[in-house]
Design a protein around this ligand. Structure first.
Ligand SMILES: NC(=O)c1ccc[n+]([C@@H]2O[C@H](COP(=O)([O-])OP(=O)(O)OC[C@H]3O[C@@H](n4cnc5c(N)ncnc54)[C@H](OP(=O)(O)O)[C@@H]3O)[C@@H](O)[C@H]2O)c1
Length: 276
């Protein structure tokens, strides 16, 4: 019965996670909505969710959340939507080891730790869905996005291996690759840019001014869609008897996918250099 199926989503405070929590609830799932700030957890509880604190950067937080999931679901978790993440802007040469590590802590290591701690429940039940929120930047490199590119490329590699290793268990792994989606992503990235990148002493200081204006702007990037486009892919990944390995969401994702297949690297670079 779909109604009894539990779906855990990370990063439900805003954007895609918040929208998908509501959309999956409407679709009949019991959504375990997680967020890293207490105030967001309270807000989600008030909105009728089973909500809990989960900070991907801290193993203790992951452990507490896994324990909570085991209790409230009686060890029956149908799906995990690994959505929580952030983007660290900045040229590769301006990334310190700590800043790059922090990007990986959230977007890869925390996501991996949570996944492997929840996976035994799905394997025991002989069914489950793991859905990774990657990005067009999980397969296409763009300037000023090296840290985020690296984390999402790594997430894609890890997910492909996991999919192969889970064959025959009843647990499916799908990757969603959104292009620009309306959310709080840009303002959260702005904060990371201001905090972690020494813009003044960079070879790119002039370009960074433009980048700042872009991150501060409310204007949508071309072909931006609302988070419902991701919810649609997520629902397919949860409900199809044969979920896709990848869901490309938005026109730029499909375009760059096909260009990447047919163009040599140098030709692709010429196109990608135009993307700010
Ligand atoms: N928007 C886009 O254009 C776009 C495109 C491609 C892929 N994506 C992917 O979509 C996913 C959701 O992003 P979004 O666009 O919805 O942006 P968003 O509105 O900024 O949401 C990101 C969510 O991740 C959470 N998060 C950040 N660090 C975390 C941590 N350490 N532990 C747990 N949660 C954490 C945030 O929580 P706080 O509020 O506490 O920071 C927030 O709930 C991400 O994986 C992102 O890479 C987005």
């Amino acid at each position: 019965m779909k109604n009894s199926r539990n779906v855990l989503i990370t990063g439900c405070s805003s954007g895609i996670g918040y929208h998908c929590a509501h959309a999956m609830k409407r679709a009949g799932y019991r959504v375990l909505a997680t967020a890293r700030e207490e105030r967001d957890v309270f807000r989600l509880q008030k909105e009728g969710f089973d909500a809990f604190e989960l900070d991907l950067d801290r193993s203790e937080s992951i452990d507490r959340a896994v324990e909570w999931v085991e209790q409230v679901t009686e060890r029956r978790l149908y799906a995990l939507f690994n959505n929580g993440a952030y983007g660290q802007p900045g040229a590769v040469e301006d990334l310190s080891r700590e800043v790059l590590r922090a990007q990986f802590e959230t977007n890869l290591f925390g996501t991996h730790e949570l996944t492997v701690k929840l996976l035994p429940m799905m394997i025991e039940a002989k069914e489950g869905r793991i859905v990774q929120n990657s990005s067009v930047l999980g397969f296409t490199a763009m300037r000023w996005r090296g840290a985020y590119n690296a984390g999402k490329f790594a997430l894609e590699g890890l997910s492909d291996t996991l999919r192969l290793e889970l064959e025959g268990t009843g647990v499916y792994v799908s990757i969603i690759q959104p292009g620009p989606i309306r959310s709080r992503f840009r303002s959260n990235a702005l904060e990371k840019f201001l905090t972690n990148i020494d813009r003044e002493h960079s070879r790119f200081s002039k370009l960074y001014e433009k980048k700042l204006r872009q991150l501060r702007s409310d204007e949508d990037a071309p072909f931006t869609l609302g988070p419902e486009a991701v919810a649609k892919a997520l629902l397919h990944a949860l409900e199809s008897p044969r979920p896709r390995t990848r869901y490309r969401v938005t026109f730029p994702t499909s375009l760059f996918f096909w260009l990447g297949k047919i163009l040599p690297d140098r030709a692709m670079d010429t196109i990608l250099r135009r993307v700010e």
